[in-house]
Design a protein around this ligand. Structure first.
Ligand SMILES: Cc1cc2nc3c(=O)[nH]c(=O)nc-3n(C[C@H](O)[C@H](O)[C@H](O)COP(=O)(O)OP(=O)(O)OC[C@H]3O[C@@H](n4cnc5c(N)ncnc54)[C@H](O)[C@@H]3O)c2cc1C
Ligand SMILES: NC(=O)c1ccc[n+]([C@@H]2O[C@H](COP(=O)([O-])OP(=O)(O)OC[C@H]3O[C@@H](n4cnc5c(N)ncnc54)[C@H](O)[C@@H]3O)[C@@H](O)[C@H]2O)c1
Length: 478
């Protein structure tokens, strides 16, 4: 006999944050097949950024020379200390504590199992149990893709074949690492391991790294990355062999013809597939689109009655702040559906996907929201744009920055911001006032002149970019 619950949540990433005070007291089941807390906490955003910081420090110590400071001792990298600061000292305890807390709540049942749909709001668990519910939330995330190449088609840390799930817990840094891919994950890890002293070869199928960024940024980023490590563009891996001493030889096909590259570890970072198919969601009446993403409406409802979905399983952005936003929307909409919403807020809400930003914590950082120039041109959207170099501002002089840029795009009539694309130090923070302006419908001139900008802070890059736009209101600027 299947056990029945009021609500089943599949996945404890952003799914775990669904249990808001309004929903407390419902009979809630939460099913997790892996480590409690999901990707961001255990193998994603948080540990990677904790790794990027020491990597940044190493590079800054080298780059300090251009400020007249020479650090004469070699920088020493203590990998176990870096790794244990992240996992043993912080993350593993947060994950375990999160699970203990949920298990301590008498209205929550935690199932440590893999779930799959076998009917409408009916799930079979890998433990042999079946569970049903009035409402289900699919928050099952995505998983790293592997290469369809013998030896590299499964994660095997013992043979030094990694995805982002395993590479941060290596016992020791390899001397050489091949990183396959040129997106967020590959670029962040190329920065991390390259800076920590590993000889990195990055193998990217496309003509540029970060190919989805504004063309000028992906071109500049690629050029800069080439100054740090070996980047093979328009290249793919055609085969791989491993010698008895553990050395991998990757056979490459690309611009340079057929070549080989040797490495002591391989990191595959070629994208992530949403987990909907693996959950047999279609058996639950839940539609997938042609990329395998669960189809949801503005309120995050799937095509099956009483089933909502959120996060990587249900959107193409695959970003934590999007998953968190969608979780807030779903939590509220379930509170409405169960008659538990606050009196002040009784209606279901829509998710807001208008200005979704992202940042890549590489070297330098990249951050953006909105369409690229190519996408604006393709859609024939009218725009004015301006590119501000970091190096033409006072703080840019302090940094001796020669490569940072911020390009803003605005509607020529209204001055409303359409997009911003930034590359340079602190890009992930610098872009926030532009996201805010776009989200609240403020025009570029009002944002630039309606407030003080601290002088000579880096934020003057933003002020100058806004004032550089060819807009009627900017013509009167002093
Ligand atoms: C290396 C890396 C770095 C990243 N850095 C950033 C960043 O800096 N900023 C950012 O915004 N985003 C980043 N992301 C993306 C971000 O981590 C994800 O978008 C986010 O964690 C997705 O949350 P989610 O709740 O949808 O899925 P997840 O957090 O993945 O949660 C899904 C959970 O469901 C469980 N599950 C899956 N299938 C089943 C099943 N059948 N039965 C039971 N349980 C199941 C999984 O074990 C998992 O715990 C990064 C991702 C990676 C891989
Ligand atoms: N800072 C962040 O916000 C952050 C960091 C990491 C990951 N993420 C999320 O995780 C998701 C997955 O990241 P990702 O970097 O794995 O995927 P991605 O889709 O961003 O990039 C994959 C890259 O690999 C290349 N590629 C694909 N197949 C290849 C092959 N066979 N050989 C060589 N190159 C190949 C593609 O050209 C592409 O550049 C992203 O969509 C992102 O949203 C976010």
């Amino acid at each position: 006999m299947a056990r029945h619950h009021d609500l089943i949540i599949i996945g404890t990433g952003s799914g775990n944050s669904l249990i808001t005070p309004e929903l407390e007291g419902l009979d809630i089941a939460i099913v997790e097949e892996g480590t409690f807390g999901g990707t961001c906490l255990n193998v994603g955003c948080i540990p990677t950024k904790m790794l990027v910081l020491p990597a940044d420090r190493v590079l800054e110590s080298r780059e300090a020379q251009r400020l007249g400071v020479t650090i004469s001792r070699d920088v020493e990298v203590d990998w176990p200390a870096i790794r244990d600061r992240i996992f043993a000292d912080r993350i593993d305890e947060i994950a375990a504590g999160g699970e203990r807390y949920r298990r301590s709540q008498d209205f929550v049942t935690v199932y440590a199992a893999t779930a799959r749909f076998v009917g409408e709001r009916r799930l079979a668990l890998s433990t042999g149990e079946e569970i049903t519910a009035d409402r289900v939330v699919v928050a099952a995330g995505s998983r790293a893709d592997l290469l369809e190449i013998d030896g590299l088609d499964r994660v095997d840390p013992d043979r030094s074949v990694h995805t982002s799930d395993t590479v941060m817990r290596m016992d020791a840094l390899p001397r050489r690492m091949a990183i396959v891919g040129g997106g967020f994950v590959a670029c962040e890890f190329a920065h991390v391991f390259g800076s920590l002293g590993v000889e990195v070869t990055q193998i990217q199928r496309s003509a540029h790294l970060l190919r989805a960024e504004d063309a000028e940024i992906s071109r500049r980023y690629t050029e800069l990355a080439r100054g740090h490590h070996d980047v093979r563009l328009e290249t793919t891996v055609s085969g791989a062999t491993r010698a008895d001493d553990g050395t991998w030889t990757l056979h490459l096909k690309g611009l340079d013809g057929d070549t080989d590259v040797e490495a002591d570890a391989v990191l595959v970072a070629i994208g992530r597939t949403p987990n909907g198919k693996r959950l047999d969601v279609e058996a639950g009446g839940i539609e997938l689109d042609d990329r395998g993403v669960v189809v949801v409406d503005e309120q995050q409802r799937t095509t099956a009655d009483g089933v909502w979905a959120l996060g990587d399983v249900a959107n193409a952005w695959q970003l934590k702040h999007v998953a968190n936003h969608e979780a807030r929307v779903v939590a509220h909409n379930i509170a409405v559906d169960t008659g538990r919403a606050r009196e002040s807020d009784p209606k279901p809400m829509d998710a807001d996907h208008r200005f979704v930003p992202h940042a890549v914590f590489g070297h330098p950082q990249v951050a953006a929201f909105g369409p690229t120039r190519a996408e604006l041109d393709e859609a024939q959207t009218p725009y004015v744009s301006y590119t501000q170099s970091f190096g033409d501002t006072a703080y840019g002089w302090a940094l001796e920055d020669t490569t940072g840029i911020l390009t803003v795009y605005a509607d020529p009539e209204t001055g409303q911001l359409l997009a911003a694309h930034c590359m340079g130090p602190h890009a992930s923070t610098l872009i926030q006032p532009l996201i805010q302006a776009a989200s609240f419908g403020q025009d570029a001139h009002t944002v630039a002149r309606g407030q003080y900008w601290i002088h000579p802070a880096l934020a003057e890059v933003v002020e100058n970019a806004l004032l550089g736009l060819d807009l009627p209101a900017n013509d009167q600027v002093d």
